[in-house]
Ligand binder design. Structure first.
Ligand code: SAH
Ligand code: SF4
Length: 380
């Protein structure tokens, strides 16, 4: 059979649906059980190309390679931090767009076994334009496809990283806290979540996935119906509309009260606790007045406050709240009865916050960046 020329990039194996793959295989006279073999093989941690799926006939491996992409990521530059416990990748896609993902390992502690969290991007860039965020500063590139979202997870799953083990054991979590506003790309993000959930693929439980949003209310309501077991985090960052209009400009469309109401609907309908994220900016949103406003917003429903020390972007007009200020803020919230944690500052030395490494590498090829990093790495 002659292959028709295909315009544009080939479909990604990570996003092909089982029925289409079954039809493609049937057209080649392959038995139905090959669907599971192909999908299972492509999601095995040791596989890095179709050639390595050695339980498939060679002719089929070749045909797969001509018809599908094993990954939508064409190149990655990875740097490590925190003594190897954090690694950050800038990934280049077929059209040259760049996105980021971060791997964070947490060692076993007490009764808790080792855990890993992967932070992934949902868009190349972001249109929300939060002034403290490097991604927001760079503007919007384009939406990511479901395959481009899943392939960030597969990047860490596959050689040479093999960092994830078996998702079914529930030792790793996925957070949509990389580049982009996931609920401004809801259809593709929801499809990516379904692919990540699929037991024929990675089989990551919905409860191990968190979507973080700047407050896209219709998307939050869709999550109640379509992804009720996925965790929701809301990037609040201010308790009043006047301050939030500045820090999270989408607030002009969906103000604080509407965002909190949507969070309450989610918590009420799903029974799941919603996390309110709050970046701590020195002398801006860390005042007693904001703390009291935050207490009002968090009271009376299943919410949890997560404070994040600001990781200042280059040229930022703001700095992070000093530790003493964070402690004071936390005390005031806890005295008011709120459930509060402070997020650790993983990967600070490698600019692991949203979009920062991408900004640093702008205008350089990933290969050059890799070579420069190798030159400056300490001899081992
Ligand atoms: N767009 C979504 C998800 C990606 S941003 C959202 O805003 O929720 C993920 C988290 O990183 C958000 O809570 C965001 O406010 C935070 N963030 C962005 N820039 C940061 C910085 N410079 N320092 C600390 N946190 C930052
Ligand atoms: Fe976009 Fe989130 Fe960055 Fe705001 S913080 S610009 S919503 S990625």
């Amino acid at each position: 059979m002659t292959e028709l020329p295909i315009a544009g990039p080939l479909p990604a194996i990570s996003e092909i649906d089982s029925a289409s793959l079954a039809a493609w295989l049937a057209a080649r006279g392959e038995p139905a059980y090959r669907v599971d073999q192909v999908l299972g093989g492509a999601h095995r941690p040791e596989a890095s190309s179709f050639d390595e799926l050695t339980d498939l006939p060679i002719a089929l491996r070749d045909a797969l390679g001509r018809s599908f992409r094993f990954s939508t990521i064409v190149d990655s530059h990875v740097i490590g931090a925190d003594g190897g416990m954090t690694a950050k990748a800038v990934h280049e896609l077929a059209d040259g767009q760049r996105i980021e993902s971060v791997l964070m390992r947490y060692p076993a502690r007490g009764a808790m076994s080792e855990r890993t969290t992967i932070c992934i991007s949902s868009q190349a860039g972001c249109a929300v334009n939060c002034p403290f965020c490097a991604t927001g500063q760079a503007g919007f590139g384009r939406q990511l496809t479901p395959g481009e979202i899943v392939d960030q997870v597969l990047h860490w799953h596959r050689p040479p990283w093999n960092a994830l083990g078996d998702a079914r054991e529930g030792h790793y979590n996925i957070v949509f806290m990389g580049m982009g506003e996931p609920l401004n790309n809801a259809d593709r993000v929801f499809e990516a979540v379904r692919l990540l959930n699929d037991p024929e693929r990675l089989g990551i439980g919905a409860r191990h996935i968190t979507v973080s949003t700047s407050g896209v209310v219709p998307g939050m309501d869709r999550m109640i119906d379509e992804l009720p077991q996925v965790n929701l985090a809301i990037s609040l960052h201010a308790a009043t509309d006047s301050l939030r209009d500045e820090l999270v400009p989408i607030n002009r469309k969906w103000p604080v009260a509407a965002v909190i109401a949507a969070g309450r609907r989610f918590a009420g309908r799903t029974g799941r606790r919603v996390s309110l994220e709050y970046v701590m900016i020195d002398s801006l949103n860390d005042t007693d007045e904001q703390a009291d406003g935050l207490l009002e917003l968090a009271r009376g429903w299943r919410s949890h406050l997560n404070l994040i020390p600001l990781n200042p972007t280059p040229g930022s007009r703001w700095s992070g709240t000093p530790t003493a200020g964070i402690d004071r803020f936390v005390r005031r919230l806890r005295d008011g009865g709120a459930s509060v944690t402070v997020r650790d500052t993983r990967g600070r030395e490698i600019d692991a916050a949203c979009g920062q490494l991408h900004a640093q590498l702008s205008g350089r090829s990933l290969r050059d960046a890799r070579e420069a990093a190798a030159l400056t790495a300490p001899a081992s």
